[in-house]
Design a protein around this ligand. Structure first.
Ligand code: ATP
Ligand code: MG
Length: 338
C-alpha cells in the first residue's frame, strides 16, 4: 500500500521546495516582453505582405493559458478570411525571407503548421492558420487556471517535471502533450473531495439561456465561480503528492476515461472505448483522456501501450521520491538516456 499522506514536517519541507521552484518557473518580464514583440512583428509582416485581409495574430497554448515558462515556444494562430494562407507554404516563404531561421513547413499534418526560430528575439514559434478550436480550448484552460490559486503553481511544477523527464512531446517521443497533462491535472482537481474545480462546460449548460439563444461553450464568469473550490483546504504539497499517488497507483486505466467536460471519470463502456472492443483490443491499459471539445478524440492515443507503461513508471518514480523524504529536486532531475 503506497503511503497515504505526508507527515507535517515533510509537508513543510515540500512546501518550501515547491515555493522556490514555482518562483523560478515564472516567466521573466523580459521573456514576456519578447513574446509580445514577436506577435507584433508577425502582425506587421503579414499585414504588409497581404494588406486588407484582416489578418490577426493570436497566441494560444502556454503563451495564452498562464502556464508558460521563459523557455516555452510561442504557439500562434493566425486568423484571416484569406484561404490561400491555410496551406502555410506562402507564410513559410515570407518568414524565411524576413530572417526567420529553421523554417519548417508541416503542410500535411492534421493541423498544418510552420515552425520557426527567431534569432533576433531568441524564440521558437509554431504557427497555424484558422484553428478556432485551439483558441477556444486555450481560453478555457486559462479560465480553469484563474479559478483557484493552487492550479497555476501545481500545473507549472508538474509541467516542469514532464519536461525534465521527457514525458511531454506527443510528436517526438510517443509520449503525451502538455495539453494532455493539463487535462489530467484539471480532471484530478475536479475529482477531489470536495472538488477544487467545477466543469466549466457543465456550468455553461446549467445557466439560463441567454436572450440571443447562443449558449457559450464554457462558463467564464470568473467572479461568480472563484469561490467554487473554497471548501477544499488541501495544500499544494498535498495535491502534488496526491496527484502522483492517484495516477501512479489509484487510477484504473483499463476501466476509466478522464473527462474534463463532465468533470468526472467516464467508464470505458459508457464512452465506447471499451478495451473489449476489437479495435481497441491492444489498448487495454492505455491512458484515455477525452478532448474537451472534440469528444471522440482520445488525447492519450499519442502514447501506445509500451510508451504509456514507461510514463506510468515515471509517475510512480516521482511518487516514491516524494514519499521517501520529499526529494523534489531528484524527482525533477533531468532524464539521462541509458
Ligand atoms: P508547452 O509550454 O509545453 O508548449 P502548451 O500549453 O503550449 O505547453 P501544447 O501541448 O504545446 O501545450 O499545446 C498547445 C495548444 O494546442 C493547447 O493549449 C491546445 O490549445 C492545442 N492542442 C494541443 N493538442 C491538441 C489536441 N490534440 N486537440 C486540440 N487542441 C490541441
Ligand atoms: Mg506550446
Amino acid at each position: 500500500e503506497p503511503k497515504r499522506s505526508l507527515e507535517p514536517e515533510e509537508h513543510e519541507k515540500l512546501r518550501t521546495q515547491m515555493d522556490d521552484l514555482y518562483q523560478r518557473l515564472l516567466p521573466s518580464d523580459e521573456s514576456e516582453g519578447r513574446r509580445a514583440q514577436l506577435v507584433k512583428k508577425l502582425d506587421r509582416l503579414l499585414n504588409t505582405e497581404w494588406p486588407g485581409n484582416d489578418i490577426r495574430v493570436n497566441v494560444f497554448g502556454s503563451s495564452g493559458n498562464l502556464l508558460a515558462s521563459s523557455d516555452s515556444d510561442v504557439d500562434i494562430c493566425i486568423t484571416t478570411p484569406l484561404k490561400k494562407l491555410e496551406s502555410m507554404h506562402s507564410i513559410a516563404m515570407l518568414l524565411h525571407k524576413n530572417g526567420m531561421e529553421k523554417v519548417v513547413c508541416r503542410a500535411s499534418a492534421k493541423v498544418p503548421i510552420v515552425k520557426c526560430w527567431d534569432p533576433e528575439l531568441n524564440l521558437a514559434a509554431d504557427l497555424n492558420v484558422n484553428n478556432p478550436l485551439a483558441l477556444e480550448n486555450t481560453r478555457m484552460i486559462k479560465t480553469y487556471v484563474q479559478l483557484d490559486d493552487r492550479v497555476r503553481p501545481l500545473a507549472k511544477i508538474i509541467k516542469y517535471w514532464t519536461k525534465r523527464r521527457i514525458l511531454n512531446d506527443a510528436a517526438f517521443g510517443g509520449t503525451i502533450s502538455s495539453y494532455t497533462w493539463i487535462c489530467m491535472i484539471i480532471n484530478f482537481l475536479q475529482r477531489r473531495d470536495p472538488p477544487i474545480l467545477p466543469s466549466l462546460q457543465k456550468k455553461a449548460e446549467e445557466r439560463k439561456q441567454p436572450e440571443n439563444g447562443k449558449i457559450p461553450q464554457f462558463a467564464d464568469n470568473l467572479d461568480e465561480l472563484k469561490s467554487f473550490g473554497g471548501a477544499n483546504k488541501e495544500t499544494l504539497p498535498d495535491l502534488l503528492f496526491q496527484f502522483f499517488r492517484h495516477y501512479g497507483y489509484e487510477f484504473e486505466y483499463s476501466k476509466y476515461v478522464v473527462s474534463v467536460k463532465e468533470g468526472r471519470l467516464l467508464s470505458r463502456q459508457e464512452k465506447g472505448w471499451d478495451p473489449a472492443n476489437h479495435y481497441e483490443k491492444e489498448a487495454r491499459n492505455r491512458l484515455c483522456v477525452e478532448e474537451p471539445f472534440t469528444l471522440n478524440r482520445n488525447l492519450g492515443n499519442s502514447a501506445d501501450d509500451y510508451a504509456w507503461s514507461g510514463i506510468h513508471g515515471e509517475i510512480r518514480r516521482a511518487f516514491e521520491l516524494l514519499a521517501d523524504g520529499c526529494q523534489l529536486e531528484k524527482c525533477c532531475e533531468e532524464y539521462e538516456f541509458p
